[in-house]
Design a protein around this ligand. Structure first.
Ligand SMILES: NC(=O)c1ccc[n+]([C@@H]2O[C@H](COP(=O)([O-])OP(=O)(O)OC[C@H]3O[C@@H](n4cnc5c(N)ncnc54)[C@H](O)[C@@H]3O)[C@@H](O)[C@H]2O)c1
Length: 314
């Protein structure tokens, strides 16, 4: 076990970036560099966090040189949805430009870092990062599956009257309206969900409602908050960060560039991966039935179409 201090750079010191810095500092995961094009924002948040935790291990900057030799870079930079923006895809054009500039900086200053992308539309941004920063696919992941799964687990737990911690769900596919929750492979306290639904006298309709709430969970929060969610997205990223730094070999649903798995090639989309000290140490291929595979393919195809629409040819 390595006993050194890790360097974690967070690009974008907004709502999600700031929350990640707070969580990572609370957990003592390493030294933190908070970067933003808005210099005041990065420095102000770094100071506030430093005062809150009585630490001198967080800096705020707008100079990319400060991310040199990071162990991990987490990318939250870009535009977020505002109420009325129903699709994350609408952010694509603006955020591709942001992603290209961040990718250039990673390539120049910290090419060996493990990179976690959060900026939306996250599957497309993960692909752009993978290509422009010239990262091996084991070193770049998008965060969304953890978030979608936590929403699914929560809404399902409320329908069943159990703790969200008792539900072990799984959501595959892109982080969009065609994400693919998998009730067939969901368990509640170790018991297959279908059995639990029967016992509780709940029907398909209850399940459909849970799935709809999951699909539109982000939009529901957006309409309430007037900005997009940030606590849960930040928690998802920190779970991935810890899995990598502490070689946990956790199996987490993340957007990864597939290379023939699930019959999909050269598209980043959400599937379970094993995260350990070398990054993505494996892609778990679940046996999907015909309908699940069809829905998964549809989701992957919509990510692929979005990548094509930005003019990227691999
Ligand atoms: N993956 C997910 O599941 C998920 C969930 C929620 C939100 N998001 C996305 O995460 C991103 C961040 O959301 P947020 O709520 O923190 O937004 P935010 O507006 O609070 O923060 C974004 C920050 O990025 C900075 N920025 C913009 N361009 C930059 C550049 N070129 N270089 C460096 N910094 C730059 C801005 O100054 C801002 O401080 C958005 O794209 C949002 O849609 C993803």
């Amino acid at each position: 076990v390595e006993n050194r201090v890790y360097k974690i750079s967070i690009i974008g010191a907004g709502r999600i970036g700031g929350t990640i810095a707070h969580l990572a500092a609370l957990k003592n995961l390493g030294h933190i560099v908070l970067f933003d094009i808005d210099e005041g924002l990065a420095q102000g948040k770094a100071l506030d966090l430093s005062h809150s935790l009585a630490t001198d291990t967080i800096i705020g900057t707008h100079s990319y040189q400060d991310i040199t030799d990071s162990d991990v870079v987490i990318v939250t930079a870009g535009t977020a949805r505002t109420p009325g923006v129903t699709s994350r895809d609408a952010l694509c054009e603006a955020n591709v430009a942001v992603m290209r500039s961040v990718a250039e900086a990673i390539k120049s200053y910290t090419p060996s870092a493990f990179v976690i992308v959060i900026t939306n539309p996250v599957d497309v941004m993960t692909y752009v990062m993978h290509k422009f920063a010239e990262l091996n696919r084991n070193m770049v992941l998008g965060m969304s599956g953890i978030l979608d799964t936590s929403r699914y687990n929560y809404f399902l737990s409320q329908a069943l009257g159990v703790s969200p911690k008792a539900v072990q769900g799984i959501v595959l596919g892109g982080h969009g309206d065609d994400m693919v929750p998998l009730p067939r492979l969901t368990t509640v306290g170790g018991v297959p969900l279908m059995e639990v639904l029967n016992q509780k006298g709940l029907d398909e309709h209850a399940l459909t409602q849970v799935i709809e709430k999951t699909r539109y969970g982000g939009t529901t929060i957006l309409n309430l908050l007037k900005t997009s969610a940030f606590y849960a997205p930040a928690s998802g990223a920190v779970e991935m960060l810890e899995a990598y730094l502490h070689d946990q070999k956790k199996i987490l649903p993340c957007s990864v560039c597939l290379n023939g798995e699930y019959d999909v090639r050269d598209v980043c989309v959400g599937v379970p991966v094993v995260i350990g000290q070398t990054g993505v140490e494996g892609v778990i291929e679940l046996e999907l039935n015909e309908m699940e595979q069809m829905n998964f393919k549809k989701s992957a195809q919509s990510v692929e179409m979005m990548v094509k629409s930005i003019g990227w040819t691999s």
